[in-house]
Design a protein around this ligand. Structure first.
Ligand SMILES: C[S@@+](CC[C@H](N)C(=O)[O-])C[C@H]1O[C@@H](n2cnc3c(N)ncnc32)[C@H](O)[C@@H]1O
Length: 265
């Protein structure tokens, strides 16, 4: 008998474990994290830091693709860490690819002692406070290579309505209560600008979260525009839905303005 598919495993595990997102799209959403990174220049030799990797929803694909010891993650929820290793990845891939795991809730990768080509934070800024988002940006500045890129996702808030609470909102190593937060793109842009981080590209795949691509300073890479080509793929895979109404319309127009401002510079 064939081994269960990743999706079948996820649906079985979902009865007892929080998987980091909706079980119905576990496989699709994880696979898309790899596809998105491939679109923006991922190589087998790249070093990837997955911030808050949960149960290895994206890590499963990344670890299989990358060379040994090229996948790194930070996850404070030890139960999710173990389920991911044991049930999602399995002992063979673990032994062959030797992914590196750290557990802290400061988004602090210093113990790895390396710099990273790609930062990934999928469904992290959707729960993080401003202070935590700034921690991830600081980590990107300090531990990213000079031409590193940061792929992250967030939920847009209307102008001036972004979350200002402190600490994590939603399930984590400290809470079983679901929840999400929205952030004002203008605030995100300002936090990036202060650090000379450029918002290079964004995509709205029609699934509520908007993906942002950040790079250091004026770094240019041939991947410019590649992420946008992912949109039809994302829409096809997840079914286009636009249920975030006004906030999404606001963020779309703001992002378009940022884009045209970037192009005219
Ligand atoms: C919504 S899940 C997303 C997981 C994963 N990125 C994915 O796409 O499946 C959010 C994850 O962030 C983790 N997390 C919570 N607080 C964190 C912190 N301060 N630093 C790093 N990860 C954190 C949670 O434990 C959870 O695994």
């Amino acid at each position: 008998m064939d081994p269960p598919t990743l999706q079948a495993k996820a649906e079985r595990l979902a009865a007892t474990t929080f998987l980091g997102g909706r079980a119905e799209v576990f496989e699709a959403m994880g696979r898309l994290q790899l596809i998105a990174l491939l679109r923006i220049g991922l190589y087998p030799e790249s070093r990837v830091l997955d911030l808050g990797r949960g149960c290895l929803r994206g890590g499963y694909w990344l670890i299989h693709f990358l060379r040994p010891e090229r996948y790194f993650d930070i996850e404070p929820n030890l139960e999710m860490l173990e389920v991911g290793k044991r049930e999602i990845l399995g002992p063979e891939a673990l032994a062959e690819k030797r992914p590196r795991f750290l557990s802290n809730d400061q988004f602090d990768p210093s113990d790895f002692g390396v710099r990273f080509d790609f930062f990934l934070a999928r469904s992290i800024w959707t729960h993080a406070s401003r202070e935590q988002i700034e921690q991830t940006l600081d980590a990107f500045l300090e531990f990213g290579t000079d031409d590193a890129v940061f792929l992250t996702s967030f939920l847009p808030a209307g102008a001036g309505e972004g979350d200002t609470s402190s600490g994590w909102v939603g399930r984590s190593h400290q809470s079983e209560t679901p929840g999400t937060v929205r952030h004002d793109l203008r605030w995100i842009e300002e936090a990036c600008r202060k650090r000379r981080i450029t918002l290079r590209e964004w995509v709205d795949p029609g699934e509520k979260q908007i993906w942002l691509l950040l790079a250091k300073g004026e770094a240019t890479r041939p991947w410019q525009g590649h992420l946008a080509r992912l949109v039809p793929e994302l829409k096809r895979d997840r079914g286009a839905r636009d249920s975030s109404g006004g906030a999404l319309a606001t963020v779309r127009s703001l992002l378009s303005r940022l884009k045209s401002r970037g192009q005219s510079q």
